[in-house]
Design a protein around this ligand. Structure first.
Ligand code: FES
Ligand code: FES
Length: 191
């Protein structure tokens, strides 16, 4: 236990230097607090969402040393010295990450509650595998639940972002992904 750790009331208070989105944060919190709680309540990084707190929904996913982790199950006290990335760290300056662009352009977020966890999980996938198959994307996102979208636009968004990141500018998402299924008799009116 760190020498700066101290008893405070009933809860032991600990102090840790947390590296989040490339910035160091000296942070004090109760020893039992999860990384999710510290990100949202101490560091005001509320992009990471608080869902089930049981490891079942994936809304709380962040990257630790580049790998997706459920922050509701991770003790913040054990995260010192590791590189934590949240959805707030995905932008490059004022530029959206290609995943964020593709999700916005396709309407792949509806209520948006699942979106930060899905974006960081997909980011880790594309960094390891620049050209994933549809099945590989489905497998990577299997722990991220979405109750709104039906997942199609999410999967197409990841495929589109992967193409952009590979420099494949000829790739276009399926027409249905942008306009929806044609109405009866609509034919090629969107062409
Ligand atoms: S809040 Fe962490 S998995 Fe649901
Ligand atoms: S967009 Fe609402 S839960 Fe996924």
């Amino acid at each position: 236990m760190d020498s700066q750790d101290q008893k405070a009331g009933e809860h032991q208070q600990v102090f840790r230097l947390l590296n989040v989105n490339g910035e160091p944060h000296q942070t004090g919190f109760s020893v039992h607090h999860s990384l999710l709680e510290v990100l949202r309540e101490q560091l005001n990084l509320t992009g990471t969402k608080h869902g089930c707190e049981l490891g079942e929904c994936g809304t709380c996913t962040v990257l630790i040393d580049g790998q997706p982790v459920l922050s509701c199950l991770e003790l913040a006290a054990e995260c010192e010295g590791r590189e934590i990335t949240t959805v707030e760290g995905m932008m490059n300056g004022n530029d959206l990450h290609p995943l964020q662009e593709a999700f916005a352009d396709l309407g792949a977020a509806q209520c948006g509650y699942c979106t930060p966890g899905i974006l960081v999980t997909a980011k880790a996938l594309l960094e390891e595998n620049p050209e994933p198959t549809r099945d590989e994307i489905v497998a990577a996102l299997a722990g991220n639940l979405c109750r709104c979208t039906g997942y199609h636009k999410i999967l197409e968004g990841v495929e589109w972002a992967a193409a952009k990141m590979r420099g494949d500018n000829d790739y276009t998402p399926p027409r249905e992904a942008i306009y929806g299924d044609p109405l009866p008799g609509e034919g090629d009116s969107h062409a």
